[in-house]
Design a protein. Structure first.
Length: 299
């Protein structure tokens, strides 16, 4: 089954007194590049996530975002708590001020709780310290469902890729067959042209080694023969179809195979010596280049 490196999934979860929201997406890449944005106050979470994601996929540039909030709080909201030492210090200072005012017969307006909380340092807005182990376990337990959705989308994209590539391989097979037919027709015409050239040379030159000349012309005919290129193209098509049926990651093998496809098509064009065969060779190169763009997304 062909798998694409392009995919997306989003999911929400809840547990251990918290809610969270996942977002994971990927595009093609030469290797596996993981970029994670997760809360750093959950000990060991990022390392565990990296390990699980690496098991689920072989290649791609993967970005994962995780937002965590306490139940009943909006994403990104901070827990509020009173800083005990700061509060005690403020209350002692207030008592001293009130006593000093009384000593000088001054009357101060009474302070309320809001006034005390407004003093800098009394209200701590940083996240409350919690044991993150239960939360980490709950989040990791929710991860397989996210990865399953993500892998399903990559597989669906891969199925579309496979159909496109299979159709392109069918086109390559048809063009290769046309090239073989044209090469056979060219062979007969080339043989007649070589014989005529040989006769003309023999008529105009004296003392020419006829055997040597025939050997050179035969060597030229061999150099222009495209049978090997056509055979290799057919073999590459069979290999590509086998890769489409391979259940494992085949993207790297496909990348290499595309280079071999283009090499044979280029050689075919250089040996063509026929407008019809040259046209077929150019059509082959066009389809190969289109297929290479699709292959770039195969895992």
């Amino acid at each position: 089954m062909t798998v694409s490196m392009t995919g997306f999934a989003a999911r929400r979860g809840q547990g251990a007194g918290h809610t969270w929201a996942w977002d994971i997406r990927s595009v093609n890449g030469k290797g596996l590049d993981l970029r994670l944005r997760v809360p750093d106050w959950i000990d060991g979470l990022e390392l565990a996530l990296r390990g699980e994601i690496a098991k689920a996929m072989g290649r791609g540039n993967v970005s994962l975002s995780l937002k965590v909030a306490r139940d009943g709080m909006a994403d990104g909201a901070e827990a509020l708590r009173v800083n005990g030492p700061a509060l005690n210090a403020v209350l002692r200072a207030m008592a001293e001020v009130e006593q000093a005012a009384m000593d000088t017969n001054l009357t101060l307006a009474p302070a309320n709780a809001a006034d005390v909380l407004a003093v800098r340092g009394v209200l701590d807005t940083s996240a409350a310290e919690v044991d993150s182990a239960p939360l980490r376990a709950a989040i990791l337990a929710d991860l397989p469902a996210l990865l399953a959705e993500f892998s399903a989308m990559r597989a669906a994209e891969g199925a579309v890729l496979a159909r496109v590539i299979a159709a392109q391989l069918d086109t390559l097979a048809r063009l290769t067959a046309e090239a073989a037919t044209e090469a056979e027709a060219r062979r007969a015409a080339s043989g007649a042209a070589l014989r005529e050239a040989l006769l003309r040379v023999l008529e105009t030159l004296d003392g020419l080694d006829e055997t040597r000349l025939a050997q050179e012309l035969a060597l030229l005919a061999v150099k222009n023969d495209v049978t090997e290129e056509l055979d290799r193209l057919a073999a590459h098509i069979d290999a590509a179809r086998a890769l489409l049926a391979d259940p494992g990651p085949v993207g790297r093998k496909f990348d290499f195979l595309m280079q071999e496809f283009m090499r044979e098509a280029n050689t075919l064009c250089s040996k063509a010596q026929s407008m019809a065969l040259t046209r077929i060779g150019l059509d082959l190169k066009t389809v190969i280049d289109q297929m290479r763009e699709q292959v770039q997304n195969v895992e």
